[in-house]
Design a protein around this ligand. Sequence first.
Ligand code: ARG
Length: 456
Amino acid sequence: MSSKPWGGRFSQGTDPLVEEFTASISFDQALYRYDIQGSIAHTRMLAKVGILTEEEAKAIVRGLLEIQQEIEAGSFPFSLELEDIHMNIERRLAERIGPVAGKLHTARSRNDQVALDLRLYLREEIGQIDRSLIDLQEALVEMAERYIEVILPGYTHLQRAQPILFSHHLLAYHEMLKRDRQRYADCLKRVEVCPLGAGALAGTSLPIDRFHTAELLGFPEVTHNSLDSVGDRDFALEFLAASAILMMHLSRLCEEWILWSSAEFNFLEIADAFCTGSSLMPQKKNPDVLELVRGKSGRVYGSLVSLLTTMKGLPLAYNKDLQEDKEPIFDAVRTVKASLNVLTCLLPHVRPKEEVMHRAAQGGFMTATDLVEYLVNRGVPLRQAHEIVGRMVRYCLEQNRELEELSWEEAVGFSPALQPDFKQWLSLERSVEGKRSYGGTARERVMERIREIRSS
Ligand code: ARG
């Protein structure tokens, strides 16, 4: 006879190597709170349908709550031989309240139990991540407000393209984070579905009330197929996919700011407290925080690919392979939360170097497109206007001059539509102010968007 909860059928004890290899307690103990929460709801449901008496249910619930305190006090005797958090808690319950503990697992399997634990865990973590996302969004908006007027070159192909507001750049990331929040919220709909009652895979002959359990847990729905309930982790994959996309967004912001804080760009100053030095080169100041967030995006992609790969060949329903879902999920949760928090703290310590940015946006024909639109406004077809300004640019390049330096007499030679006021259209401020189309970089539009954000 083995001492395992499943020992009845076994004539030999488990080989210690197997015990160590198959155990998940070292990491799934992180689920203890959810395991207990799920067990309490299950117990109450069993009492409601008459499988447990009220006294039995009370004893079990009290025992479970004491175990929770024990775990939180750090005095719970976790045991590898008991494999996972579910059996550790159940065995401890028996030690505390005696044989009635043996009724807790009625109409339940660890298969539906662990699926529930993971769902409860993700519901909680999605809530926390959402709050962190709101904080980072808020930090972006505050920064956008503080530097509302700062102009810098906008890039395409990493070549200077058209002047934009720094605040507009910041709000672009705000939009990305908004969609990240939507993705998590959407994923939450598939997380908040109660699998308990699926049993090992087929359901149960006992008269349980799955809807009552779901209600007790605050889950709006129950799963509809017992095999699917214990066999899939697509809700977790969605969570990891949303996390991977979020990390991609954070990584792009970091990449951009790493470039901008280089001597080559010199657009940003990051406070010393948020940089680190080199052990060899005394002059170095490195944007390690940004680099690490960028680097950690790889880890989260890894978690997604890891679980996808674990799942892809599994026949229905539960397979022990699924135990491999937890570590990548836990790691992704930790990484996402840490990355969001550090960036939120970093933002107020990043200062745009206004003059450098402005200088970089000047010259280089950054407002040539504005001149095209000037001509279009005067009835010149776009293609022709493009050609005219293209020729003016080439003329300037040959003479090493800027468009602003052309006299009206020279300019009018390229097109009679050019009026003496054409130069006014070439200033950076005018260019930015002109971009009033909805979603454009005009200050007026950016402020309007900030107001919309603030009032939503
Ligand atoms: N520790 C297991 C897991 O994380 C719990 C479910 C085990 N079920 C089983 N039939 N062995 O997946």
